[in-house]
Design a protein around this ligand. Structure first.
Ligand SMILES: Cc1cc2nc3c(=O)[nH]c(=O)nc-3n(C[C@H](O)[C@H](O)[C@H](O)COP(=O)(O)OP(=O)(O)OC[C@H]3O[C@@H](n4cnc5c(N)ncnc54)[C@H](O)[C@@H]3O)c2cc1C
Ligand SMILES: NC(=O)c1ccc[n+]([C@@H]2O[C@H](COP(=O)([O-])OP(=O)(O)OC[C@H]3O[C@@H](n4cnc5c(N)ncnc54)[C@H](OP(=O)(O)O)[C@@H]3O)[C@@H](O)[C@H]2O)c1
Length: 426
């Protein structure tokens, strides 16, 4: 396997990038296909792909404008010296302000707060994306003479001093503040303190890769890696914002042209049974479907004889039945033996995958007794926990065990000893 890694990613392009949701859906779940080209990268069903995001170019430009830097200034970073523009694009996460950065400000609040005055002189800014003019302004920067949409960030009295002391003394206030703000917001709050380019990047979070469960089998979809990605979008303080990596893939990655850094993150545990005749129960609501599409493709191409039981769920059948045609075809061909679909926002009551598991508890127990593997993928915080306790309940009810015995059976027996209860949750 080629030596590509998070620090040395393979640069490739996306060949498909489309929304999987039906018309009118309020979700944006994308199918994104990366080309493996001549990378030598290999993977198996169950592995994850690492993607290196880049910060949105418009946000970088806006931040440079608001700090009055050109972007060519040199800064020191954990990866060595580079231009401020490169640091803000590729080395730090600028879409969410960090606690450390705010705490760093607390040490620099001038005693004579409110005396630092920033000035703006004649400036032009162009979009690095399409060359469009973002700002073409020449003014004095005095007495409110600022470009439209910009505010004087200098003498704001003691407002920022009070805000910093509130944030650094009240953890809840700090969490609330950083949850909804990026550095553009914070410069507007704290720009009056004054920054050198180095001080601007000091304390920012380092840019990290994101992992995505691979939604394809390498034997079925040769030369490519498929992902199922839920795009994170939200609006705070009247500005639309996006998750760093999902926003990057959805908004910045043009098919066939944009170079994206990727690497493999192999799994040791989340794998198909060696014996193709073993049954598999797969629980994967939302983007949790990803590795099960990969497993099903692999079992089809292997001609594996084991039965496959898929639990999938999302908001509505019309809007969020991901990979509907493929799943329906597999049901028809018999590859999917049982298919249970839980629509949580379709009827008057929430239906979740674990509710459907409960309805078929006895049969699930029979499959497990018969040696089936039990897989879960998707949301870790709520879904995986509820599915876990439902599974314990089923083993207790139909396996004739007390609740404690069933817990031991699931958590020690199935998970640790036999390694056939496997989870890929995030
Ligand atoms: C092993 C593994 C496999 C994964 N597989 C998949 C997969 O198959 N598909 C998939 O889509 N994801 C998957 N993920 C999640 C993925 O890695 C990313 O975490 C996810 O895509 C978000 O990344 P982002 O950079 O877009 O968001 P980030 O910029 O990292 O932001 C996400 C954060 O935004 C915050 N946030 C959310 N809403 C708001 C809001 N309204 N206001 C403020 N903040 C908000 C949340 O706290 C969240 O932590 C997987 C993760 C792991 C660890
Ligand atoms: N921290 C959170 O609040 C949270 C929760 C879930 C997902 N996420 C993240 O949001 C992104 C998008 O997720 P996604 O599109 O893959 O789908 P998802 O948000 O995980 O939702 C998929 C389905 O699971 C349902 N669901 C919600 N709570 C559940 C529970 N306790 N048990 C079983 N099912 C439950 C959802 O229903 P309803 O939405 O109608 O309740 C929906 O029908 C992912 O990155 C995921 O990690 C975050």
């Amino acid at each position: 396997m080629a030596d590509w890694s998070a620090k040395n990613p393979f640069m490739t392009t996306v060949s498909q990038n489309f929304v999987l949701n039906g018309e009118g859906s309020k979700k944006e779940t994308r199918h994104i296909v990366f080309e493996l080209k001549n990378s030598g990268l290999e993977y198996k069903a169950g592995d994850a792909l690492g993607v290196i995001p880049r910060c949105p170019p418009e946000l970088v430009e806006e931040l440079l404008i608001s700090t009055n830097f050109s972007g060519d200034e040199e800064v020191e970073t954990h990866l060595g010296t580079c231009s401020l523009r490169e640091a803000l694009t590729d080395r730090f996460e600028i879409h969410r302000v960090s606690k450390k950065w705010i705490e760093g400000l607390a040490n620099r609040v001038p005693q004579d707060s409110g005396q630092v005055k920033m000035s703006i002189t004649s400036r032009q800014r162009f979009s690095s994306k399409d060359g469009a003019v973002l700002l073409d302004w020449s003014g004095t920067g005095n007495d409110g003479d600022f470009p439209e949409g910009y505010v004087e960030v200098g003498p704001v009295g003691e407002g920022y001093v009070n805000l910093i002391s509130e944030l650094t003394s009240d953890p809840k206030a700090m969490e609330d503040y950083i949850w909804s703000r990026d550095y553009l917001d914070s410069i507007s709050d704290f720009g009056g303190i004054g920054f050198t380019p180095q001080q601007l990047v000091e304390g920012m979070d380092r840019l990290k890769p994101r992992l995505y469960s691979i939604a394809s089998s390498p034997d079925f979809e040769r030369g490519t890696v498929h992902l199922t990605v839920a795009i994170v979008r939200y609006n705070h303080h009247d500005r639309d914002r996006a998750g760093l990596c999902t926003g990057y893939m959805a908004d910045e990655c043009e098919t066939g042209t944009t170079e994206v850094g990727v690497f493999m993150s192999p799994t040791r545990s989340f794998v198909l049974p060696d014996d193709g005749s073993t049954d598999a129960i797969m629980v994967g609501p939302g983007t949790g479907i990803a590795p099960f599409r990969a497993f099903l493709q692999q079992r089809e191409i292997d001609g594996a004889k084991g039965r496959n039981w898929l639990f999938f769920g999302d908001w509505t059948e019309e809007g969020e039945y991901l990979y509907r045609d493929e799943m329906e075809n597999w049901k028809e061909s018999g590859l999917i033996t049982r298919h249970d679909l839980a629509w949580s926002r379709q009827g008057s009551e929430k239906v979740y995958v674990q509710h459907l598991m409960k309805n078929s508890g006895e049969e699930i127990w029979n499959w497990i007794e018969n040696g089936a593997y039990f897989y879960v993928c998707g949301d870790k915080q709520y879904m995986a926990k509820d599915v876990h306790s439902t599974l314990i309940g089923i083993c207790s009810e139909y396996g004739g065990m007390s609740q404690d015995e069933a817990k031991e059976f699931v958590e020690t027996g199935l998970m640790k000893t036999e390694k056939r209860y496997l989870r890929d949750v995030y």
